[in-house]
Every structure is written in structure tokens, then in C-alpha cells.
Design a protein around this ligand. Structure first.
Ligand SMILES: [Zn+2]
Length: 66
């Protein structure tokens, strides 16, 4: 089942980035999904199917604490 990916969500990927960070924020969705590394700020695009196989956790979009 496809993951309900939304801009602003944070995801954890199976393998850490080269910088050591493993948390990313989604800034673009489509056939390719744009991710920004929350540790070093680099951006990358991954095909959606490839990304879905790498995700280990999804957090909701950033919202003020309720
Ligand atoms: Zn990074």
C-alpha cells in the first residue's frame, strides 16, 4: 500500500545519509519525492517507489504542540 507522503512530513530512512543523519523532511511529492536532510540540509530526489522501500518511520508534518 502506498505511503501517504505529504510535504512537511519527517521520515527516517533505513540507511543514514553520508553526514550521519537519518531524518529527512519532505519538500516535494510526485513521481519523485524531494527530501531535505535535517542534519546537513542537503536535498535529494528519490523515485517514490525506492523511497517507500527505504522508509522505516514517518512522523506527521511539523505542527505546533497542541
Ligand atoms: Zn545529511
Amino acid at each position: 500500500m502506498p505511503q501517504p507522503l505529504q510535504i512537511g512530513q519527517r521520515v527516517k530512512l533505513r540507511r543514514p545519509h553520508a553526514c550521519g543523519g537519518d531524518e529527512w523532511q519532505i519538500f516535494r511529492v510526485g513521481a519523485d519525492v524531494g527530501l531535505r536532510c535535517l542534519t546537513c540540509g542537503r536535498r535529494l530526489l528519490l523515485p517514490r517507489g525506492q523511497l517507500e522501500r527505504r522508509i522505516v518511520a514517518i512522523s506527521p508534518p511539523d505542527l505546533p504542540d497542541a
